[in-house]
Design a protein around this ligand. Structure first.
Ligand code: NAD
Ligand code: DAU
Length: 354
């Protein structure tokens, strides 16, 4: 038996693979294109581990996916691979449509054909788990209840629209072909190996470099934050006991405005790596807002708790401290991933804003 993971060299995917192989001897086949966001260094601990089979390739490559499924005969596919950054989707949406929609379609068709070839226990056990986001539900007003699984879809960014489209495809492959799928819609993750284009690792990296800490608009946008290993444990629960055809919302019960997140990081850095010239707070810079910026996300994670017994183990105070400490201890990793392409991205996203 094996798991087939897509996007397992990215932030959440690599945390999942590392976590999985710490707890299980079931091998993992890891298909990742290694875009700017994918990094083999995340998986360095598995370099000599025969249970990890890494393949650099594209989920849009049907022949490759067919070959890998036929060769490794996984009991489940866990589909992380995606273009994942909202700002990049605003600057260049095409790759989001290709990977998130066409890629998911290709994977579903390959999975359907492989699943149709299975018999007996292999057929009964097989699962396709799709990793999605709370962004598909749109934006909440301050007093709205958090997103439940039956909320309507109102995606607002090209990224969110492409993820919404992929969720609809996965749902349709279940209803039409009976493919045994599950879907999870998760809130903002943070933790080790988080690529420094996203808010938390960007603020840590910029502060340490003495650069401005860019706050979009008034900084009062609210997100729900979940430590990444809690997302991994939720996926393991769904894989183990999730009901075929069901959607599970996953969140940290931890809504916070962006400016509070930034101030928390500043406080931790002032304590752990004080700057002789004064608090990092001096670097806070309000910049032009993200177009179409969603004001608030919040997740109602009661279904997964009620039905599968999952709750996050980490609280924000401890999770963010670990995250800052991880970044301080892994500056070489940060330097390696912030390549020429990354610097170009900073220029195109922040150049006009700052
Ligand atoms: P990420 O951008 O860090 O990693 C994505 C990975 O997918 C990279 O390793 C990349 O190389 C790979 N990839 C991209 N295109 C590919 C292709 N065509 N073929 C094969 N591999 C490809 O993303 P992440 O933050 O780890 O997110 C993983 C998944 O979780 C995504 O589906 C995302 O929508 C979802 N999600 C993310 C968050 C979050 O806070 N980061 C929250 C909820 C859901
Ligand atoms: O909600 C789940 C989603 O969370 C995932 O589906 C996405 O893949 C993931 O990237 C994340 O999306 P966000 O847009 O919420 O994350 P990001 O870290 O880009 O931004 C978090 C908030 O911080 C958001 O309100 C925008 C704001 N922000 C972001 C950056 C990069 C800033 O104020 N300044 C910045 O420089």
């Amino acid at each position: 038996m094996a798991l087939f993971v897509t996007g397992g060299a990215g932030f959440i995917g690599s945390n999942f693979v590392l976590d999985w192989l710490e707890q299980s001897d079931e091998p993992v086949v890891n298909l990742d294109k290694l875009t700017y966001a994918g990094n083999r260094e995340n998986l360095a601990a598995l370099a000599a581990d025969p249970r990890h089979f890494f393949v650099q390739g594209d989920i849009c490559d049907r022949a490759l996916v067919d070959h890998l499924l036929a060769t490794h005969r996984p009991r489940a596919i866990i589909h992380f691979a995606a273009e994942s950054h909202v700002d990049r989707s605003i600057h260049g949406p095409a790759e989001f449509m290709r990977t998130n929609i066409d890629g998911t379609f290709t994977l579903l068709e390959a999975a359907r054909s492989y699943w149709n070839s299975l018999k007996g226990v292999e057929l009964r056990q097989f699962r396709f788990h799709h990793i999605s986001t709370d962004e598909v539900y749109g934006s909440l007003q301050p007093d709205d209840p958090p997103f439940a699984e039956n909320n309507s879809y109102q995606p607002n960014s090209p990224y969110a629209a492409s993820k919404a489209a992929s969720d609809h495809l996965v749902r349709a492959w279940y209803h039409t072909y009976g493919l045994p799928i599950t879907i999870s819609n998760c809130s903002n993750n943070y933790g080790p190996y988080h690529f420094p284009e996203k808010l938390i690792p960007l603020i840590i990296a910029n502060a340490l470099a003495g650069k401005p800490l860019p706050i979009y608009g008034d900084g009062q946008q609210v997100r729900d934050w979940l430590y990444v290993t809690d997302h991994c444990s939720a996926i393991r629960c769904i894989l183990e006991a999730g009901q075929v055809g069901e959607v599970y919302n996953v969140g940290g019960w931890n809504e916070m405005p962006n400016i509070d997140i930034v101030n928390t990081i500043i406080k931790l850095l002032d304590e752990l790596r004080p700057d002789p010239t004064g608090s990092y707070a001096r670097l806070i810079t309000h910049v032009t807002d993200r177009p179409g910026h969603d004001r608030r996300y919040a997740i109602d994670a009661r279904k997964i708790e009620r039905e599968l017994g999952w709750r996050p183990a980490e609280i924000f105070e401890t999770g963010i401290r670990k995250t800052v400490q991880w970044n301080l201890a892994n500056q070489a990793w940060v330097e390696h991933v912030t390549s020429g392409e990354y610097r170009q991205w900073l220029d195109s996203n922040y150049g006009a804003r700052l």
